[in-house]
Design a protein around this ligand. Sequence first.
Ligand SMILES: Nc1nc2c(ncn2[C@@H]2O[C@H](COP(=O)(O)OP(=O)(O)O)[C@@H](O)[C@H]2O)c(=O)[nH]1
Ligand SMILES: Nc1ncnc2c1ncn2[C@@H]1O[C@H](COP(=O)(O)OP(=O)(O)O)[C@@H](O)[C@H]1O
Length: 195
Amino acid sequence: MQTHNSVQTANDCQAGRLIVLTGPSGVGKGTLVRSLLQRHPQLYLSISATTRSPRTGEIDGEHYYFVSRSDFEKMIAQDQLLEWAEFAGNCYGTPRLPIEQQIAQGKSILLEIELEGARQIRQSFPSALRIFILPPSFAELEKRLRDRRQDPDEAISRRLQRARIEVDAASEFDLQIVNDDFDTALQQLETAIFG
Ligand SMILES: Nc1nc2c(ncn2[C@@H]2O[C@H](COP(=O)(O)OP(=O)(O)O)[C@@H](O)[C@H]2O)c(=O)[nH]1
Ligand SMILES: Nc1ncnc2c1ncn2[C@@H]1O[C@H](COP(=O)(O)OP(=O)(O)O)[C@@H](O)[C@H]1O
């Protein structure tokens, strides 16, 4: 039986949960996801493909699959991506096969993706739990992006512009969590996922 927040593939009767985390760049999604995975190793984090260049310390196949634009276009043409979107000048997408495999095994899967991708997931997996992470303020968001020291100024500006649009769409999501105090936000996330 399909219950709320569970998903089923056509050829398997076991249900796995798809959990989508969205929120502006720099809000703390990645940090929240890392803590969540440490505390709940049974969760499966989808590794996205991207045309963005690796940041210092990012490892291919661990943080992202770093691919060329032509390889990304091939993945789209071959229907290998469950969803994809362009964000701040680069393409990002969720490889379909691992998601279908994990769902078939009844695993809960985390997708950390931007707004357009989350909208696509609402169409393809209406029962997914979709959570929006909000910053306490835009000033704090900008501070986090700058203090992270991972992106050039131009990339930070694009992310901040996009942040306004994303935050405006927060009410489309099942749940909104403000990442002000980190531990409180993490606890709210755990309650949303595990009850
Ligand atoms: N639609 C979509 N968005 C993604 C995917 N992977 C990552 N993103 C989003 O792309 C945006 C930019 O990611 P990134 O360049 O790693 O910057 P960061 O999130 O600020 O660290 C973030 O909002 C991510 O959540 C994906 O597979 N699909
Ligand atoms: N609750 C919080 N309070 C203060 N700083 C935070 C908080 N959550 C995350 N950060 C910091 O903000 C920066 C951006 O977080 P990150 O997880 O990279 O964001 P995202 O994945 O959403 O782009 C990081 O330097 C992180 O340590």
